[in-house]
Write a protein of this length. Structure first.
Ligand SMILES: Cc1ncc(COP(=O)(O)O)c(C=O)c1O
Length: 478
C-alpha cells in the first residue's frame, strides 16, 4: 500500500506542522473532536508536502498507488477520485463530448451523467429501459436497441452504459460495447455499484473485461474506502490528456489524503480477500431463498433474469419485494428501522435493497429474517392490508426534448409550484434519490405522468433534492 506507507513515514518523522490543514495534525483541533476521532486521523490528514506527491500530476506515492490499482483492476491507467464516481463520470463527459455532439445513454442513467452533459453541452440520445412491473424493477437497454440507435446516428458519439443498476442488475454489456466499438465510439461504463465484480466469476463481468474504454467505480459504495472515494479506470494509456485536464476541473486541488489512502487500502483488501466476496455471493443466494420462505415476501434470484434486458445480477445485492404484504418498500424500510434497528440501502414503491459486504454475517441474517418475518405477520394481521399497486418510476415515457440540458440550465428561469409546471420546459434535473435516476431532465417538457409520479413518490415517503422547496425550476416563458 504505497500511499498508506508514505503517509505513515511522514507521521513517523514528526515534522513541525507549519502548513495546511488548519488543525495542525491535531494540535489545533478541538480537544473533544480530536479525542473522538483519535490522533492518527489528524496526523494522517496531510497535504501536498515533500514526499507526499500531488494528485494533479502524480509522480510518487500517489502514482504508485494508482498503478497498483490499475494492475489489480486490469486497467492501463487508474485515477483516484475524491469527489465520488460523479467526478469520473463528469470528467469523461467533459473530455469525450462537446457542445452539439451526441451522448447515447439509457434513460435510467444516474443524474451525474446528465450533469456531465450539462457541463459539456452535448445532446443526449436516450434509450428506453423497460421495467418488470410485477417485481417493480427497472431493467436495461438491449444490445439490439443500441445497435439500431448507433446505426442511425449521423455523427460521432460517446456511449454511456450503466452496469449494474442500483438493484444489482446487469444487461448485455459485452454485446453493447462491441456495438459501440463497431462504430469506433468510446464507451464509459458507470460501474458505481460494481467495484467488486472482478473478485469472483459469481459476479457480473467487470466493465473493463467487457471492453469498456472507461469504468467509473464507486469504491466507497462496496469496497469499504471512505465515502466520496472512487476510481476511474481507463482501458488505454494513450489519449488521456483530456481526462487529466477534466479531472483538474471537477476535483479539488486539496484532495483528502485520508480518502486517497482509503482507496489504496480498499484495493489491497479486495486483492487479499477475494474469497470473502466469493463466500458473500454464496451467502447472498442462500439468504434470498430464506427470505423468500417468508409468506408475502420475495427476494428474487433467478427471477431477476426475467426483468427486461437483464442477463446477470449481483448476488450480494438483495432486493426484497414486499408488494404482496400490501405495504410499500418505504413502509417496510421504516418498520425495520423502527422495530428492529435495521437500516437498508434504499426503498421504493415495492422493494427494499440491501447491500452485503465481503462478510457472511449469520447473526445479521438472523436479525433480518426474524425482523422480516415479524413484519410480514404484522401486515397479515392488520385488516388494512390490501393490495396496492403503484407504478414503477422508470417506465415513464421519454419526455420531449425542447432544448439541450445545457441550454436549459443557462436559460433565464423561474421557480413555479408543481401544480403549474405542466407543459413547461424544465431547467433542472429532478431525480428521486436514491436511486438518483432523473424523471425529468433540463430542456424537457414536463408531462402529466411525471407530475403524477412525483406526487405518488412524495405521498409514499420518497424524496428528491429540491422537494422541500415545493417549486420546480423552469425555463422562463416556456
Ligand atoms: C448508478 C450510479 N452512478 C453514479 C453515482 C454517483 O456516485 P457517487 O455518489 O460516488 O458520486 C451513483 C450514486 O448513487 C449511482 O447510483
Amino acid at each position: 500500500m504505497p500511499l498508506l506507507a508514505g503517509l505513515l513515514k511522514n507521521v513517523a518523522e514528526e515534522y513541525l506542522s507549519c502548513h495546511t490543514p488548519g488543525h495542525k495534525q491535531g494540535q489545533a483541533a478541538l480537544a473533544e473532536w480530536r479525542q473522538l476521532l483519535g490522533d492518527q486521523v489528524f496526523q494522517m490528514d496531510l497535504t501536498e508536502l515533500p514526499g507526499l506527491d500531488n494528485l494533479q500530476d502524480p509522480q510518487g506515492i500517489i502514482k504508485k498507488a494508482q498503478e497498483s490499482a490499475a494492475d489489480y483492476f486490469g486497467a492501463k491507467e487508474t485515477f483516484f477520485l475524491v469527489n465520488g464516481t460523479t467526478a469520473g463520470i463528469l470528467a469523461v463527459l467533459l473530455a469525450k463530448s462537446r457542445p452539439g455532439s451526441k451522448v447515447v445513454l439509457p434513460r435510467t442513467s444516474h443524474q451525474a451523467v446528465i450533469h456531465g452533459i450539462i457541463l459539456s453541452g452535448a445532446q443526449p440520445v436516450y434509450l428506453p429501459v423497460r421495467s418488470h412491473m410485477g417485481l417493480g424493477l427497472p431493467g436495461h437497454i438491449t444490445a439490439k436497441d443500441l445497435k439500431t440507435c448507433l446505426a442511425a446516428l449521423d455523427q460521432d458519439a460517446l456511449v454511456v452504459l450503466l452496469h449494474p443498476n442500483y438493484y444489482g442488475l446487469a444487461g448485455e454489456l459485452r454485446q453493447q460495447v462491441l456495438a459501440a466499438n463497431h462504430h469506433n465510439y468510446a464507451v464509459l461504463v458507470d460501474e458505481a455499484h460494481g467495484a467488486h465484480f472482478g473478485t469472483s466469476t459469481r459476479f457480473p463481468l467487470p466493465a473493463l473485461q467487457a471492453g469498456a474504454d472507461f469504468a467509473a467505480q464507486g469504491a466507497h459504495k462496496v469496497l469499504g474506502s471512505f465515502t466520496q472515494s472512487a476510481f476511474l479506470h481507463c482501458q488505454r494509456k494513450n489519449g488521456l490528456e483530456g481526462i487529466r485536464a477534466a479531472l483538474r476541473i471537477v476535483q479539488s486541488s486539496s484532495p483528502s489524503y485520508l480518502l486517497m489512502a482509503s482507496l489504496d487500502v480498499a484495493r489491497c483488501q479486495c486483492q487479499l480477500e477475494e474469497e470473502g466476496w466469493e463466500a458473500a455471493a454464496q451467502f447472498g443466494e442462500k439468504l434470498r431463498l430464506e427470505i423468500s420462505r417468508i409468506s408475502g415476501i420475495l427476494a428474487p434470484g433467478e427471477e431477476l433474469l426475467e426483468v427486461p434486458g437483464v442477463v446477470e445480477y449481483d448476488p450480494t445485492r438483495i432486493v426484497i419485494n414486499v408488494r404482496e404484504l400490501g405495504i410499500t418498500g418505504f413502509e417496510a424500510a421504516e418498520w425495520l428501522r423502527r422495530e428492529r434497528k435495521v437500516l437498508v440501502e434504499m426503498a421504493d414503491f415495492q422493494n427494499l435493497v440491501l447491500i452485503l459486504g465481503p462478510v457472511s454475517d449469520e447473526k445479521a441474517a438472523e436479525v433480518l429474517l426474524e425482523g422480516l418475518g415479524s413484519m410480514a405477520a404484522d401486515c397479515t394481521t392488520r385488516s388494512s392490508a390490501g393490495r396496492r399497486f403503484l407504478p414503477d418510476p422508470l417506465q415513464l415515457d421519454i419526455p420531449q426534448q425542447v432544448i439541450t440540458p445545457r441550454e436549459a440550465f443557462f436559460a433565464p428561469h423561474s421557480l413555479v409550484p408543481w401544480e403549474s409546471a405542466l407543459g413547461k420546459t424544465a431547467a433542472e434535473v429532478v431525480a428521486p434519490y436514491p436511486p438518483g435516476v432523473p424523471v425529468i431532465c433540463p430542456g424537457e417538457r414536463i408531462q402529466e405522468e411525471v407530475l403524477e409520479f412525483l406526487q405518488k413518490w412524495d405521498a409514499a415517503g420518497g424524496i428528491w433534492p429540491g422537494k422541500s422547496r415545493g417549486l420546480i425550476k423552469i425555463v422562463a416563458g416556456s
